[in-house]
Design a protein around this ligand. Structure first.
Ligand code: C2E
Ligand code: MG
Ligand code: MG
Ligand code: MG
Length: 288
């Protein structure tokens, strides 16, 4: 916009801004309706153990198929939900949906399935006092034990109020849930929080992982994160594993699990159990 003004042609850009603002506003109104009318769906992306090739968990990722606009990406509607406060509503829906689904799979398989479900929590949810009641309520309603649940948080949940975050994380741990630091390495918080907070898993951000094949610096960063995690007794997941080569390189470096299009895209609910089965005890000679 500044450039446009400097060149004396603001009119070329302002209509676009206005239409973006309009889209944002209607997304907010329609998202409210979408949550209430069940227009949102949950997809499930597998996390694969890089040593055994088996599925160790699924990450629940919200999907919005808009009747007129088609698929709207969470990278667009989650920020709108956060700014409008709708994230509390959406977050509760996501937690209930994901836990209900895992309990349903257990029932279908007639066993306690050997994997977890990961649910993303926004910093705004962490800033609320009722977050542990929300998570505890979903566990009770689904009948799952807390150890079946991984909560994915970003560094933004910590930076605003680290002392509060410590209290909340401790309460979530008391439910027996695992805590994963999402997009690790992209936020603004200091490393000191790794020492103070009960973090179980570091999810290495996709930007470092996808750089590994071409950029030695990315390899160095991934190596450093893996050894840091190991020293602190944390597990590791690499995001954005898009090739076999990346999967084998990460496995050789000691990364515990991987997630990415090479293994699977986020799957529809009905596709998840078949995927888990298809990867069960694969021949040791060809893991992926
Ligand atoms: P995230 O938690 O970091 O989730 C991983 C994102 O990376 C997902 O994008 C996933 O589809 C994508 N991804 C996975 N593997 C690959 C790969 O190999 N290559 C590439 N290029 N991308 C890959 P998605 O589903 O668009 O979600 C974007 C973000 O929206 C998520 O990032 C998360 O921060 C947020 N989000 C999604 N669902 C929820 C939700 O229910 N609650 C909250 N609070 N946030 C959510
Ligand atoms: Mg995540
Ligand atoms: Mg992530
Ligand atoms: Mg992300």
């Amino acid at each position: 916009v500044k450039q446009a003004k400097a060149s004396g042609r603001p009119e070329v850009y302002e209509p676009k801004e206005a239409s973006l603002a309009r889209r944002r506003f209607s997304i907010e109104t329609e998202l409210r309706r979408a949550i209430e009318s069940d227009q949102l769906a949950m997809s499930y992306q597998p996390l694969v153990n890089l040593k055994t090739g088996e599925v160790s968990g699924f990450e629940a990722l919200a999907r919005w198929n808009h009747p007129d606009r088609g698929e709207i990406s969470p990278t667009e509607f989650i920020p709108v939900a956060e700014e409008s406060g709708l994230i509390l509503h959406l977050g509760r829906w996501a937690m209930n949906k994901a836990t209900e689904t895992l309990a349903g799979w257990d029932a279908e398989a007639r066993e306690r399935l050997p994997f977890n479900i990961a649910v993303n929590l926004s910093a705004i949810q962490i800033a609320r006092d009722d977050i542990t009641e929300m998570v505890g309520g979903a566990l009770r309603a689904s009948g799952l034990t807390g150890d079946r649940l991984t909560l994915e948080l970003t560094e933004s949940a910590i930076v605003q109020d680290p002392r509060r975050a410590t209290r909340v994380f401790d309460k979530l741990k008391a439910l027996d849930a695992r805590v994963a630091m999402d997009d690790f390495g992209t936020g603004y918080s200091s490393l000191a929080y790794l020492q103070r907070l009960p973090i179980d898993v570091l999810k290495i951000d996709r930007s470092f992982v996808s750089g590994m094949m071409t950029d030695p610096d990315s390899v160095a960063i991934v190596r450093a994160v893996l050894s840091l995690a190991e020293a602190l007794g944390m597990s590791t997941t690499a995001e954005g594993v898009e090739s076999r080569e990346l999967a084998t390189t990460l496995a050789a470096l000691g990364c515990v699990s991987g997630q990415g299009y090479f293994f699977a895209r986020p799957l529809e609910q009905a596709e998840a159990l078949p995927f888990w089965l298809s990867r069960l005890r694969p021949a040791a000679s060809k893991r992926y």
